[in-house]
Design a protein around this ligand. Structure first.
Ligand code: KG4
Ligand code: ZN
Length: 359
C-alpha cells in the first residue's frame, strides 16, 4: 500500500510517500526556520502564506523522488491538528482536493499520533502496552498505549511545552531560534551543577509537567547574576551561559525522565517510545535509554530527521487507519486543539497490569 502523507501543522511543509507503513520512498521537508528566525518564533500569518507557496511543489517533489505517479497512490493521510489553523488548513484543503480529483481514500491524522509513529521506521516492532513520551515545541505528553491507536494521557504539561521552554530560554540568552539545538550544544560544555534549578512538582500531587516556572527561574538567575545575552547567535558564549544551558537542560530531562520512569514502574509498559523535536537531544536520549535499561524495556527513538516535523510519520499513522477501513469525508476540517486521548479507564486498573484494560 502506497500512502502519501501531508504535514503542515506548524512551520514545516512536508510530504512523503511510504510503502506498507514502514518503508520511506521519499520524504520532503521545506522548513520555514529561516523566515521565522528574525522574529524569534513562528509567526502564524507568515507560516500559512509560506505553506500556500510550498504545498504544490513539495507534494510534487515527494512523488517524483519516490518515482510514483499520482494514480499509483492508494491513499492520502493529512495532519488535521493540533497546530496553527491557517497552516493546517493549507494541508487539509490540498489533501481533500487531491483525494477528490483522484478519487483516493483520505484520512485525517492527529499530529501527535504522527510523532508516535515516527519510531516505526528504524526500530523493531513496538510491543504493547507501550509508553510514548512525546516532547516537541507544542506538546509534552506521556501516553499509555495499550494497543496501536489507543491513547491515555498519564502526564501532560500544565503550561509550556518542553521545546517551547528550550526556545524561550535560548531567546533569553541570545542564542536564536529554534533554541533546542543551541542549548544542547552549549550544555555539553557547561556544568549543570554550577547553577541548580529545581525540578517542578505539582501541588496536587499529579504527575504532570510544568516548565514555565523553570523559565522564570532561569530569567531571574540571568538577571541577578548579570549574565549578558549574546549579541549575535553565533558569538562565542561565556562559561556562565554554558552553565545556565546545562543546568536548565538537566532539569528538563530529569523532570521528563524521572516522571516517565516512576510511572513505568507502576504501569509496566513493554516499550518506551520517545519522539518529537526535543527527542533530537542526545542527553535526553541517553537519560531515556538509561531509565529504560533500569526498568528492563527497550527505548525506541526516531532517527533524527524523523524527530522533528515530517510527513513520513503522518503517512505511517495513516496507513494503519486506511488498512483498518477508516475514511474521512470531504467535511474533514482542521482541529486546532485536537486531543489524543481516546479511552478512559481507572488508573488503578492499569497499574501493575493487575487488570487488563477494558475498552
Ligand atoms: O516536533 P517539532 O519539530 O515541532 C512541533 O511539533 O512542535 O519540535 C520542534 C521543537 C522546538 O521547540 C525545538 O527547539 C526543539 O523541538 N528541539 C530541540 C532539539 N532540537 C529541536 N530541543 C532540545 N534539544 C534539541 N537538540
Ligand atoms: Zn511536531
Amino acid at each position: 500500500m502506497l500512502v502519501l502523507g501531508i504535514e503542515s501543522s506548524c512551520d514545516e511543509t512536508a510530504a512523503a510517500v511510504v510503502r506498507d507503513g514502514r518503508e520511506i520512498l521519499s520524504s520532503v521537508i521545506s522548513s520555514q526556520v529561516e523566515t521565522h528566525q528574525r522574529y524569534g518564533g513562528v509567526v502564524p500569518e507568515i507560516a500559512s502564506r509560506e505553506h500556500l507557496d510550498k504545498i504544490v511543489p513539495v507534494v510534487g517533489e515527494a512523488l517524483m523522488r519516490a518515482g510514483v505517479s499520482y494514480a499509483k497512490i492508494d491513499g492520502i493521510a493529512v495532519t488535521t491538528g493540533p497546530g496553527l489553523v491557517g497552516s493546517l488548513l493549507v494541508g487539509v484543503s490540498y489533501a481533500k482536493a487531491m483525494a477528490y480529483a483522484l478519487s483516493k481514500p483520505l484520512v485525517g491524522i492527529n499530529h501527535i499520533e504522527g510523532h508516535v509513529y515516527s519510531v516505526v521506521f528504524d526500530n523493531p516492532p513496538v510491543e504493547y502496552p507501550a509508553f510514548a513520551l512525546i516532547v516537541s515545541g507544542g506538546h509534552t505528553n506521556l501516553f499509555y498505549v495499550p494497543e496501536p491507536g489507543r491513547y491515555k494521557v498519564l502526564a501532560r504539561t500544565r503550561d509550556d511545552a518542553a521545546g517551547e521552554a528550550f526556545d524561550k530560554v535560548a531567546k533569553m540568552l541570545g542564542l536564536g531560534y529554534p533554541g533546542g539545538p543551541a542549548i544542547e550544544r552549549l550544555a555539553r560544555e557547561g556544568d549543570a551543577r554550577a547553577v541548580r534549578f529545581s525540578v517542578p512538582r505539582m501541588g496536587d500531587g499529579r504527575p504532570d509537567f510544568s516548565f514555565s516556572g523553570l523559565k522564570t527561574a532561569v530569567a531571574r538567575h540571568v538577571r541577578e547574576s548579570g549574565i549578558k545575552p549574546l549579541a549575535a547567535a553565533d558569538d562565542e558564549a561565556s562559561q556562565s551561559i554554558k552553565d545556565v544551558a546545562a543546568g536548565f537542560q538537566d532539569v528538563v530531562i530529569r523532570s521528563l525522565i524521572g516522571t516517565t520512569e516512576r510511572l513505568a514502574e507502576e504501569y509496566a509498559p513493554r516499550t518506551l517510545i520517545v519522539a518529537g523535536g526535543v527527542a533530537c537531544n542526545q542527553a535526553l536520549r541517553d537519560a531515556a535509554s538509561a531509565a529504560a535499561r533500569r526498568i528492563s524495556v527497550p527505548a525506541y527513538f526516531p532517527s533524527r530527521h524523523l524527530s522533528t516535523d515530517n510527513a513520513a510519520m503522518i503517512a505511517a499513522a495513516g496507513t494503519i487507519k486506511l488498512q483498518a477501513g477508516e475514511r474521512a469525508g470531504f467535511d474533514l476540517n482542521a482541529d486546532v486543539s485536537m486531543r489524543l486521548q481516546n479511552f478512559e479507564v481507572e488508573d488503578e486498573a492499569l497499574r501493575h497490569n493487575r487488570v487488563r484494560y477494558r475498552l
